[in-house]
Design a protein around this ligand. Structure first.
Ligand code: SAM
Length: 264
């Protein structure tokens, strides 16, 4: 695929570079079955963006239904036109869009809620994060599961850029600022193309770099009864192997990604 800054669609590049929706859906499906001994059918994707994960959820089995929540109508529209519309009609009919703030959605009750790609880092105050987690808890069925991801390690506090080559473009993760007084971090995604053109600041994230301990405390304060951390295994070369296992203690690493699964 030949992209240039003029012809490329930032959402296509984002989905290719950042998301692994099939692996994520497989993971949450397995977690739920392990927790409750039966498959979940109803899934809510908070901060859903283009709703790639919702679409994958609806494809998994014919009873599955997904609701995506996002504040940004143009992003939801892109997801409808490029992701939902590509599904078979009976599958597409089971993917719903909620143009709402995640704080305000408490219906319908679902078995799994997911908040991925660290989107809840947008809530910089502890009380705001706890309020969001309380709203999530209210929306979960009694046999419910809230799954969210987190990143960390000492490199996550460094001002630096990381470049990853993909088919037809380079993805640049830019950690532009980190303030140790309040843990605020400013990050951008840029894309670079083979013809030398660049799409600068295609996405910007003004976040608090939360820690696993801090997030788990907020989940308990919001009334969740149990939180488990799923830590990624490593290959012989010391790289992440994409397999996340329930882990009680871990050695810190320069950069890591983990999942938290919380039960109401
Ligand atoms: C980092 S993107 C996440 C995209 C996708 N979930 C993923 O895993 O890659 C964050 C999304 O959260 C949305 N968002 C930010 N604050 C929100 C809020 N309070 N309620 C609902 N959506 C919100 C933004 O519009 C944006 O589409």
């Amino acid at each position: 695929m030949k992209y240039t800054a003029k012809t490329a669609d930032k959402f296509v590049l984002y989905q290719n570079a950042v998301q692994s929706a099939d692996a994520e859906v497989d993971f949450i499906d397995r977690l739920y079955k392990k927790a409750y001994g039966r498959p979940a059918l109803h899934f809510r994707e908070d901060f859903c963006g283009t709703q790639l994960i919702s679409c994958e959820w609806a494809k998994l089995r014919k009873e599955n239904e997904a609701w995506g929540v996002d504040l940004d109508q143009p992003t939801l529209d892109w997801g409808r036109d490029h992701n939902i519309s590509k599904l078979k009609p009976d599958v597409a009919a089971r993917v719903h869009q909620l143009h709402q703030n995640v704080f305000h959605v408490i219906k319908p009750k679902v078995e799994i809620i997911g908040a991925f790609n660290f989107s809840y880092f947008i809530f910089k105050e502890r009380r705001t994060l706890v309020t969001y987690f309380k709203a999530v808890r209210k929306s979960l069925a009694s046999e419910g599961l809230f799954v969210l991801d987190c990143y960390g390690g000492w490199e996550s506090q460094q001002v630096m850029q990381e470049k990853t080559k993909h088919d037809g473009f380079t993805y640049i993760w830019d950690q532009a600022a980190y303030d140790p007084i309040n843990d605020h971090t400013l990050c951008h995604i840029h894309f670079k193309f083979p013809d030398g053109t660049k799409m600068k600041k295609a996405f910007t994230y003004d976040w608090r770099l939360w820690t696993l301990g801090g997030i788990r405390d907020c989940l308990f304060d919001a009334g969740f009864s149990k939180t488990d951390v799923y830590w990624e295994g490593t290959t012989k070369k010391g790289e992440g192997d994409g397999q996340f296992r329930k882990t009680k203690e871990a050695e810190n690493e320069p950069g890591w990604i983990a999942y938290i699964a919380a039960m109401p």
